[in-house]
Design a protein around this ligand. Structure first.
Ligand code: 6MZ
Length: 362
């Protein structure tokens, strides 16, 4: 499959972690600023960054290092802005960006001020139009090209936020995140994600917060089956989240349950292969789910950490599983039905796909 075609295809990104999606150049710049401060072991950082296939444990070590680099408000704002620009530049028309609100007393950061720094990042994007406030979008405008500046039609991207609960947190901290998400709904927060190192913690710690989120009308997505844990996988599927991410270690009974539930799966091909949660691309569960017509969506997970982008993920899927343009177009278009934003946004996105179907030769 032609990479240019994959890049020009309108795409939806539903599983992208902010701090995992930082540009390499920015990460390097931030790392350099810490040299000599004794906080970061530069050679350890460099070793992990340069390593191609990292185990899941090494990936989480890298996240701990990234967390040190991105602890102040202005850096959070900067990386948010850059991540949105990067997704928009490859024709992502809808981005559900997820991030863990962090408290850091040393820089007077609260979970709330962290999210405010993210919102500042959304507002500071100038190279594309960012629509993130619900009910304020003029639905005709996304469809009608905006006035050309120097011959270029401005790009437009819908952005919604998911607040993540880290599996290292307490029940109370998770509750705080959910309450914050509820207060921030007016600024485009649409749901809650449970993520973090899947080998630690017990997801039932967060069940009260997840139930509360759902009762209050927030959508919930869970990292499910990233490591073998049969009981947890079953309980997560029983909870019936609106979506799940990964689904690598499901047993036969889980597959039956998942398929009958029709819960959409966020598929992260490169992430799964690089962290070796799937043996190789040709045995990836994408094939089984795709053949069963199970709802699924291709995502990057951590485009910075795994040196990928959404267009690349589409190309990998097309090349590895023998899908043509028509199938890839439908795969991308179907994702509209699994977003957490409201029906007006869905309607706008359907129009986007209809408007380009002919020129995409599908
Ligand atoms: C589980 C992951 C993840 O939230 O600081 N995260 N959690 N599995 C994965 N697969 C590789 N990739 C990223 O972004 C970074 C955080 O997202 C979660 C981890 O908690 C990581 O620290 P934010 O913006």
């Amino acid at each position: 499959m032609n990479m240019e075609w994959c890049a020009s295809l309108p795409k939806l990104e539903l599983h992208a972690h902010l701090n995992g999606s930082i540009r390499d150049s920015t990460l390097l710049e931030l790392t350099k600023a810490f040299i000599g401060k004794g906080v970061i072991n530069f050679s350890e950082m460099e070793h992990i960054i340069r390593k191609y296939n990292r185990s899941l444990e090494e990936v989480f070590k890298l996240f701990d290092l990234i967390r040190i680099l991105t602890t102040d408000h202005s850096t959070v704002t900067r990386i948010t802005k850059e991540v949105i620009e990067d997704f928009a530049s490859e024709n992502v028309v809808y981005l559900e960006l997820r991030t863990t609100p962090k408290r850091n007393d040393s820089v007077e950061m609260s979970k709330r001020s962290y999210v405010e720094a993210v919102l500042k990042g959304l507002r500071s994007v100038t190279s594309v139009d960012v629509a993130f406030i619900p009910h304020c979008e003029d639905s005709d405008r996304i469809f009608t090209p905006l006035p050309a500046i120097n011959g270029h039609v401005r790009k437009r991207i819908f952005v919604r936020l998911l607040l993540s609960i880290d599996r290292r947190e307490t029940t109370e901290a998770a509750m705080e995140t959910v309450r914050l998400a509820l207060e921030m709904r007016q600024f485009g927060v649409v749901g809650i994600d449970l993520s973090g190192n899947p080998s630690i913690g017990d997801w039932t710690t967060y069940l009260p917060a997840l139930k509360f989120a759902r009762e209050q009308g927030l959508c919930v997505t869970l990292h499910c089956g990233e490591v073998p844990n049969s009981k947890e996988i079953k309980n997560m599927l029983d909870f019936r989240p609106q979506r799940i991410g990964h689904a690598c270690y499901l047993g036969d009974e889980h597959w039956r349950q998942l398929k009958s539930s029709k819960i959409p799966v966020e598929i992260c091909l490169t992430s799964n292969v690089r962290t070796m949660t799937v043996q190789s691309i040709d045995v990836h569960h994408f094939v089984d789910l795709y053949k069963a017509k199970h709802p699924l969506v291709l995502c990057t997970d951590d485009s910075g950490v795994f040196s990928t982008c959404l267009s690349k993920e589409y190309k990998i899927a097309a090349d590895s599983f023998g899908l043509g343009r028509r199938e890839m177009f439908e795969l991308s278009r179907n994702a509209v039905e699994y977003i957490f934003a409201d029906s007006r946004v869905k309607e706008d996105l359907r129009k986007v796909f209809n408007s380009v179907a002919k020129s995409m030769e599908v």
